[in-house]
Write a protein that binds this ligand. Structure first.
Ligand code: CTP
Ligand code: MG
Length: 191
């Protein structure tokens, strides 16, 4: 079980970093430039900004680059010798898969924006709670974009056990980081 959890976190780090860093560095011009959709409501809303999208993706990419550099060190250290799945997933991110890191980070934020699009269509205001979707939008976004543009990679590393583990641990991690973000006054709502 520890093996699956550690592996899931390792594989998800670019997305796990991208999402909160959009909150930290976000603000300024909204992605939808303030425009409304046909239904008269905002396309995405003021909570999805260009700076958040770019800075979040960049931070996820940097985190992935650190993983790429660390992977051979961790593999050689033998520290995780007992974690078989993790050992074989350490080479998921290499310099040959930088594009995958980018897709995971960008996909996370596109998923987050897609959720805002849906929230606005069902008339939920910016910041309104949308349980489950609020916690998993970025995971699904990262997976869909990676599945579309790097399917061979995705199928190798995200088998059913990892997918289920990510779906269970992400809401727990997400709620914890959001409460921290709320206490640090980075977020207006603790979800
Ligand atoms: N943020 C941003 N750009 C993004 C994503 C997030 O600037 N692409 C910032 C915004 O300041 C946003 C905050 O992070 O208010 C919290 O993000 P989130 O909870 O996803 O947005 P909400 O404000 O709750 O808006 P929504 O209802 O659309 O989810
Ligand atoms: Mg929100």
């Amino acid at each position: 079980m520890i093996d699956l959890i550690v592996t899931s976190i390792w594989l998800m780090i670019p997305a796990y970093i991208a999402n909160p860093m959009a909150v930290v560095f976000g603000g300024g011009t909204p992605i939808d430039c303030g425009k409304n959709f046909y239904d008269g409501r905002r396309i995405l809303g003021d909570g999805k900004t260009i700076r958040g999208l770019i800075a979040g993706t960049a931070c996820g990419l940097v985190a992935g680059l650190i993983q790429i550099i660390l992977a051979p060190v961790l593999a050689a250290s033998g520290l995780f010798g007992s974690l078989d799945i993790f050992q074989s997933s350490l080479n998921a991110y290499t310099f040959n898969t930088i594009h995958v890191v980018f897709l995971m980070a960008l996909g996370a934020l596109l998923g987050d924006s897609a959720e805002s699009f849906i929230k606005r269509r069902i008339n939920l205001k910016r910041g309104a709670m949308f349980p489950v979707a609020d916690q998993l939008d970025f995971v699904v976004g990262a997976w869909i974009l990676t599945y579309i543009l790097a399917s061979a990679w995705f199928i190798i590393y995200f088998d059913m056990r990892i997918i289920v583990t990510v779906l269970i641990i992400t809401p727990l991690l997400h709620i914890t980081t959001n409460i921290i973000g709320y206490l640090l006054k980075l977020k207006k709502e603790p979800w």
